[in-house]
Design a protein around this ligand. Structure first.
Ligand SMILES: [Zn+2]
Length: 135
């Protein structure tokens, strides 16, 4: 399955009666339904795309967490929930975010970008508890 700008490309399968190597599936907001280049009103290509989208949503329901040591004399902010523990030089921070790329700002300026690790929501809650509360 390949996707580009809302257009899904589904490989044809001769054993399912397909006669083209590839079909295009997209959602028509004008018609309020999924359409497929095979022209049938309901087909296995559309079903495959809907399954793919549901599966991807399930994967996306996790959260990203990232930890770092930062020095920040000003106000510390991040994309997501920010937890911080003071260290001799600054803070040890934990960020829980819906986004993989997490930006940390200090006094309104970009301090660093972190790549979050995807974890189940329960694991993110456990990590937050170790920090003892939100800053
Ligand atoms: Zn089709």
């Amino acid at each position: 399955m390949a996707e580009a700008g809302g257009l899904y490309l589904v490989a044809g399968r001769p054993e399912l009666g397909d006669w083209k190597p590839q079909y295009q599936v997209w959602y028509s907001s004008a018609e309020g339904r999924w359409l497929c280049s095979c022209g049938r009103r309901s087909c296995t290509h559309i079903a495959a795309v809907q399954l793919y989208i549901a599966y991807r949503r399930a994967l996306d329901s996790g959260l990203y967490i990232a930890e770092a040591e930062v020095e920040c004399p000003g106000r510390l902010e991040a994309d997501g929930l920010l937890y911080a523990r003071p260290t001799p030089r600054g803070y040890r921070i934990l960020v829980i975010s819906r986004r993989r790329l997490i930006r940390v700002r200090c006094g309104g300026h970009l301090l660093l970008e972190l790549y979050g690790e995807r974890v189940p929501a329960a694991a993110a809650e456990d990590a937050a508890r170790r920090y003892g509360g939100q800053r």
